[in-house]
Design a protein around this ligand. Structure first.
Ligand SMILES: *Cc1c(COP(=O)(O)O)cnc(C)c1O
Length: 307
């Protein structure tokens, strides 16, 4: 079937990363540059959205509805994808004290045509109820395609399988590493990875590991071939919790960027992941002379100016 507009964005390149620790311990670190997929629909948010957009397009949906916080990369990417691929977008935002000017993310989304509904933090927890009320208020919502918060669903796994396939075409990973928020990205990578590659998720949240493992298993429950013995979820690199950061982390990001041309990281996900990888390498976590492929999941819209 011919699809217009084309949902095929360019294949992202890989880049070998320099850091003195890697030289010392003889580990090769390769960054899969998914941040370069598109200036405003980048990284894992594009991977997760791609087959959802194709589905929405094929089913004749005109609008995308999704949920998120005022700084959400997913809200940003959804607004942008709506604009690029011709969907109206509605963002249901956590916090009824907010407005479209409350954050750069919301401002950008508004400029790209996203409509908002701001709901209280309590009401936000019951998304089914919010959707039910929306449908009562506006019958046209029947024509809206629903993307879950963070974009992690079964069709997201299909886009992430493409990420893994690209990596195997470009190189031979002993390890594939990604930052973890909702767990959807690492779940999709694990499902499409091949033995003996080890898959490692580094959480950006504090104290969420057991819940995340549950979510990951649920997302993969229909896929009986997933090999969890090749999987590790590490939570030692959250730097105080989601969206928290320290001077040590920011210094690390500045240093790694200065060593590697054309590289930008952010402090919520990718900076923490790479800090973790270097620390693990230093501690002898990886097999000697092995190759570690880390996914640059994007998120640069949230990079703070202090970096
Ligand atoms: C959303 C996001 C993640 C986390 O992805 P999950 O699939 O929710 O685990 C990681 N990195 C960046 C840059 C993100 O925007």
């Amino acid at each position: 079937m011919l699809i217009f507009p084309s949902f095929d964005l360019p294949i992202s390149p890989i880049q070998t990363i320099f850091h003195p620790t890697l030289e010392k311990v003889d580990i090769q670190l390769i960054l899969k540059r998914d941040d370069l997929i598109h200036p405003s629909i980048s990284g894992n948010k594009w991977r997760k959205m791609k087959y959802n957009l194709i589905e929405a397009h094929q089913q004749g949906f005109r609008q995308l509805i999704t949920f998120g916080g005022a700084y959400s990369n997913h809200i940003y990417a959804t607004a942008s994808a709506g604009k690029v691929f011709g969907f109206e977008t509605l963002g249901i935002i956590r916090g009824d004290e907010l407005n479209p000017q409350s954050s750069p993310t919301l401002q950008y989304a508004a400029e790209n045509g996203m409509q908002f509904k701001f709901v209280s933090r309590t009401a936000y927890r019951d998304k089914e109820e919010i959707l039910r009320q929306l449908k009562q208020e506006d019958i046209t919502l029947e024509k809206a395609y629903y993307l879950p918060e963070g974009g992690s669903n079964h069709l997201a796994l299909k886009g992430l399988a493409e990420l893994a396939q690209e990596i195997y075409r470009q190189t031979q990973p002993d390890y594939i590493v990604s930052a973890v928020g909702t767990g959807g990205t690492i779940a999709g990578i694990l499902a499409a990875s091949k033995a003996p590659t080890q898959v490692i998720g580094i959480t950006a949240l504090k104290g969420a590991t057991s819940g995340l493992l549950n979510d990951i298993q649920n997302l993969l429950s229909e896929n009986s071939t997933v090999d969890f013995t090749r999987f590790a979820l590490l939570d030692a690199y959250h730097f105080g919790g989601y969206a928290k950061h320290t001077p040590v982390l920011l210094d690390f990001i500045r240093q790694l960027e200065s060593y590697n041309p054309n590289l930008q990281l952010e402090q919520v996900y990718t900076g923490k992941m790479l800090y973790g990888i270097i620390d693990l390498a230093e501690k002898g976590y990886f097999k000697k002379r092995s190759q570690v492929v880390a996914v640059h999941t994007g998120g640069l819209q949230g990079r703070i100016s202090e970096i």
